[in-house]
Design a protein around this ligand. Structure first.
Ligand code: PLP
Length: 394
């Protein structure tokens, strides 16, 4: 029985149930890898952001274990007091080298990084111009800043220019923010155009490369590297939780920005530093990428193979430019039915529907990883064929 004064929560939950969006969390009874044991059932995992299979890689795990012995389980404090273990400094230096940028400031997650960085750099009298499909953590960072806000239509450079034309002269700094890779469709922002537009209007650029870091560019250096724009983007956000396989976020930027963030980024000042196991594991992951392009090559080979398999069967797989593979179904209820039927066939692909994506564009979004074997992918393609035929999608 709920307490009387919390009954309003029950009403809200009932509304979720009526709207058909109530859910329970699936339970993964083991590591995140190509095969997982989800709710007691062994399935092919086509739903993680573990693009390179590093989340359960022996080298990365060994680094974490060693760090626990040497540095303990927790950092013990925020970085500005005694939490700044030398591992954190090492990781920042390594990431700056990997990203080929001047400096890197670490955060506890990508979400923390966006929230802390945007709020610290954009002030009253400034304007933030944000792509309509930017990630929730960018939206939160923008909300927390005292700057004014404007939104341009997704990837629409004419709309971006229109806003700059109208408003640039009314503001001190103008900051253009975009995801580099949009996670629902796997499409890229036209970063070359954005950088040149920003230059001509004297605006700053802020790119969130969460789905591009470890995926695009030379050995996963990211979308900035893919476009050949090193040194041209003012703030480049990355996550250590997706392709890198661990946890954490960072912004690659200039030395003075890092200095400023050390004084003003609230997640840094008010939340404990990353645990040593995570930091050391991340160092190992980044080293592996710097040593060899085999990880990203395997990812792209797998993505190409899977996408061709589905296309040959007649599925609409959208216009992704990355290993994110949205298999378009349409209706929300049919999308969820498709996902459920795939699970029965031993393949886990989450269904994504309104309000995460526009009405009528429900999709089963397959996330391909370097950890998948050809056999895993063949089996998944077969399951898609069976379910696609039985539900009349192909
Ligand atoms: C996943 C994601 C984040 C959050 O990263 P975490 O490290 O998981 O907090 C931020 N921005 C974008 C675009 C993302 O896709």
């Amino acid at each position: 029985m709920s307490k009387e004064n919390l009954k309003f929560i029950d009403a809200r939950i009932n509304q979720l149930k009526e709207d058909g969006v109530y859910r329970k969390l699936p339970v993964n009874e083991g590591p995140c890898d190509n095969l997982i044991t989800l709710n007691n059932k062994k399935v092919i995992n086509l739903s993680s952001n573990n693009y390179l299979g590093l989340a359960n890689h022996p080298r990365v795990k060994d680094a974490a274990k060693k760090a626990v012995d040497e540095y303990g389980a927790g950092a013990g404090s925020v970085r500005t007091i005694v939490g700044n273990q030398d591992l954190l400094e090492k990781l920042e230096a390594l990431l700056a080298e990997f990203k080929e940028e001047e400096a890197v400031m670490l955060f506890q997650s990508g979400l923390n990084c966006n929230i802390g960085t945007i709020q610290a750099i954009a002030d009253k009298g400034d304007l933030i111009i944000s792509d309509a499909l930017n990630h929730a953590s960018i939206i939160d960072g923008v909300r927390l800043s005292k700057a004014d806000k404007a939104v341009y239509k997704h990837n629409d450079m004419d709309d971006l220019k229109r806003i700059l034309e109208e408003k640039r002269s009314d503001y001190n700094n103008v900051l253009i923010i975009t995801d580099a890779v949009f996670s629902m469709d796997g499409d890229l922002a036209p970063l070359d155009d954005i950088v040149s537009i920003a230059k001509s209007y004297n605006a700053l650029t802020y790119v969130d490369d969460a789905h591009g870091s470890g995926v695009l560019g030379k050995s996963g250096r990211g979308t900035i590297d893919h476009f050949g724009l090193h040194g041209e983007v003012d703030f480049i956000v990355g996550t250590l939780s997706k392709a890198i396989g661990v946890v954490g976020g960072y912004v690659a930027t200039k030395h003075n920005v890092k200095e400023w963030l050390l004084h003003r980024a609230r997640p840094l000042l008010f939340s404990t530093a990353l645990p040593p196991a995570a930091t050391a594991a991340t160092i190992e992951s980044v080293k592996m990428l710097m040593e060899s392009e085999s990880h990203t090559k395997k990812l792209w080979d797998n993505a190409k193979y899977f996408k061709e398999g589905l296309k040959d069967l007649g599925f609409d797989i959208g216009h992704s430019q990355t290993p994110i593979t949205p298999v378009m179904i349409g209706e929300a209820s049919k999308t969820m039915e498709f996902s459920k039927a795939l699970l029965e066939e031993g393949v886990f692909v989450s269904g994504i529907v309104f309000p995460t994506v526009p009405k009528g564009t429900g999709r089963c979004r397959a996330m391909i990883s370097a950890s998948h074997t050809k056999e895993n992918l063949d089996e998944a393609i077969e399951a898609f064929e069976k379910v696609g035929k039985s539900l009349g999608v192909i």
